[in-house]
Design a protein around this ligand. Structure first.
Ligand code: ADP
Ligand code: MG
Length: 636
């Protein structure tokens, strides 16, 4: 073929082109990302083919992309010295749609301009996106290995057909020249082009070159202008840190990159850099920050991982790549499988993304486990030893959300918890530590939830545990109540709230204690019945306690009931809470309780006992004024 040939686009291409040229594209500049990515793919292909046939490099082994514009001619040219196209390849690849993604896109077109324009935003259209800004595109190319006179020129105005002809082209590779529309004039300037490259193609591993600009004074000092010189400069970083082998990257470089992507001035606590191979291929470079961003609690917003596809930037904050409870993680995931034009909607459905998400979750958890291990590592520096505590102080509460969100990781997450307890003043107790020092005969991990540590520590419900020297975990994060609903056991030991159900200390209670409790229950039966009657609007039951030592009474949630702390929290948040009444437990050894039987003010005392129990655990009497009146009348 030497003569000019006119060929028709495949029907789907024509449809696509019509849409591209007739719909307003809100994000015009992505055409450059698409064309540069094609250039980069062509260079990758050459590199691959040259493994078997080094002669393909001819005398130009340095692969690169050049951007050039001509203001007079209103053209922008993207050139590469990659593998190039033969005549037949130009006809096939630029005249038909082979990609399944684009074909699906075309199939979903509805004919309704507005809806379709939205669709186009989601899919992107590769090479044809050039027609967003150009009313004519000329492609000149020669495939590596073919003769200098076997080049091809392909031209189209983006309507029904295109022309191809043979041309002489000494240099290998492809030049795509866009004849820009009026409204794309801003692409005829270095500054604009550089900023688009910077945004989307900075980490493409090839250098992207542009002519250097220079200030030229006008004649007779009458103003001046920027003019292009003959010197070419690289305008992108030309290296994706994450695509380089680990051994070639220094810690300083990792930290510098973290700063760039996170805008965090503190160095990260840890990072992990891996290339994952198998059915889904991707590279992950994930960082654990040392301090929380201001919007950590906004679950909608804070996903911190950037998505790249083959080193081309796709999107920030790709929340599908990690579960919400790991939203503090910063970093980059670069997929080799996803299409360049993938949208957030498609990410949610993609099987590759699911695999990436699982792999990345595991990676983050093992990073945290490594930090946690350092806590007790002999010979570790103080700084290293303190890293996990630092992490936990910032992000521990977020991590807990995972107990309810990520069942597959629950066991690992439980091990990563650090809690306050009655045995220490710091928030440093791991469940494994607790388990290791459980008392002989202790069959559960005991915990209490409260609004503050002081309230938890002083709760009457802890009295019997203190007496017997049993450690109780103190939970005071807002998320604890919710998270603990999902954590029923740790390493084979059940978790048990000390404020729920009857205390069953199991083997920790000796026979005499058990017998005494049974006798007391029997002896106080008539009084319990009277109390139950007096408090029938407030208490679900009244029974003799085994958990109190110094206090006369306390409230506990029924076994199957919602804990009182959770009910209070939900009410504060304005949510409807099913009315469940608590159980009042009384301490039959207490002087006040002993006196109650014979008192002339039985009903008032019963009410006071109940309201005080409520106060002691951080609640408020339903009718505070009535409570005050009753206490005062007794005092007087
Ligand atoms: P995709 O890149 O997803 O395959 P495009 O529409 O971007 O889809 O490109 C279509 C095809 O045109 C490519 O697959 C490739 O074969 C060919 N092509 C586009 N640009 C170039 C180039 N610069 N060099 C070589 N081939 C190219
Ligand atoms: Mg492409």
């Amino acid at each position: 073929m030497t003569q000019k040939q006119t060929l028709s686009f495949q029907a789907e291409v024509a449809q696509l082109l019509h849409l591209v040229t007739h719909s307003l594209y809100s994000n015009k500049e992505i055409f450059l990302r698409e064309l540069i990515s094609n250039a980069s793919d062509a260079c990758d292909k050459l590199r691959f083919e040259a493994l078997d046939n080094p002669a393909l490099y001819e005398d130009a082994p340095n692969l690169e992309v050049r951007l050039a514009f001509d203001k007079q001619a209103r053209t922008l040219t993207i050139s590469d010295n990659g593998v190039g196209l033969s005549q037949q390849e130009a006809i096939d690849n630029l005249g038909t749609i082979a990609k399944s993604g684009t074909r699906e896109f075309v199939n979903r077109l509805s004919g309704d301009q507005k809806a379709d324009a939205q669709l186009i935003g989601q899919f992107g259209v590769g090479f044809y996106s050039g027609f967003i800004v150009a009313d004519r595109i000329t492609v000149e190319s020669r495939r590596a290995g073919l003769k200098a006179d076997e080049g091809v020129r392909w031209t189209s105005v983006g309507a029904g057909d295109f022309e191809v002809e043979t041309m002489a082209r000494p240099q290998r590779g492809t030049s795509v020249t866009l004849h820009l529309r009026e409204d794309a004039s801003d692409c005829l300037g270095s500054w604009k082009l550089k900023s688009i490259v910077n945004k989307y193609s900075d980490h493409i591993s090839l250098p992207i070159l542009m002519r250097k600009e220079e200030w030229k004074e006008g004649e007779d000092n009458k103003g001046g202008e920027m003019v292009l010189t003959d010197e070419w400069e690289t305008v992108n970083q030309a290296s994706a840190l994450w695509s380089r082998p680990k051994k070639d990257i220094t810690p300083e470089q990792y930290q510098e990159f973290y700063k760039q992507i996170s805008h965090d001035s503190q160095p990260p606590l840890a990072w992990a850099h891996n290339r994952v191979e198998g059915s889904t291929e991707y590279t992950q470079l994930l960082y654990i920050p040392a301090s929380a961003p201001f919007d950590l609690w906004n679950r909608e917003k804070a996903a911190g991982v950037k998505l790249y596809v083959k080193r081309v930037f796709i999107m920030d904050e790709a929340e599908a790549l990690l579960p919400a409870y790991l939203r503090f993680v910063r970093g980059v995931i670069d997929s080799a499988d996803l299409p360049l034009n993938v949208s957030r909607e498609l990410l949610q459905e993609s099987r590759d993304v699911k695999a990436i998400r699982e792999g990345s979750t595991k990676r983050v958890l093992s990073m945290l486990e490594d930090l946690a291990k350092l806590e007790k590592e002999e010979g570790a520096s103080d700084e290293d030893k303190g890293k996990y505590a630092k992490f936990y102080a910032e992000f521990g509460a977020v991590l807990k959300e995972g107990l309810g969100e990520d069942f597959a990781s629950r066991e690992r997450l439980a091990r990563l918890l650090r809690l306050a307890s009655t045995s220490t003043d710091t928030v440093t107790v791991g469940l494994a530590d607790y388990k290791a020092r459980m008392k002989e005969g202790q069959e559960a991990i005991y915990y209490i939830t409260a609004e503050t540590q002081a309230a938890a520590r002083n709760s009457p419900q802890l009295e019997v545990f203190r007496k017997k020297g049993i450690e109780v975990l103190l939970m005071t994060d807002r998320v604890d109540e919710w998270a603990l609903n999902y954590l029923h056991e740790f390493d084979g030991v059940p978790l048990q709230s000390v404020a729920k159900g009857a205390v069953d200390l199991g083997k920790l209670q000796d026979e005499t204690e058990k017998k005494a409790a049974e006798e007391a229950a029997e002896a106080f039966k008539p009084m319990l019945a009277r109390l139950k009657e007096a408090l029938k609007d407030k208490a679900a039951d009244v029974r003799v306690t085994t958990r109190l030592v110094d206090s006369p009474a306390c409230l506990v949630a029924a076994d199957d009931g919602m804990s009182m702390q959770l009910a209070r929290m939900l009410k504060q948040a304005g949510q409807k809470v099913p009315e469940t009444k608590p159980v009042l437990e009384i301490n039959t050894d207490h002087a006040l309780v002993k006196k109650l039987e014979a008192s002339a003010h039985f009903d008032d005392l019963a009410q006071i006992l109940f309201d005080q129990a409520l106060l002691a655990e951080g609640g408020l009497p339903e009718d505070p004024a009535a409570y005050v009146r009753r206490v005062n009348s007794l005092l007087a």
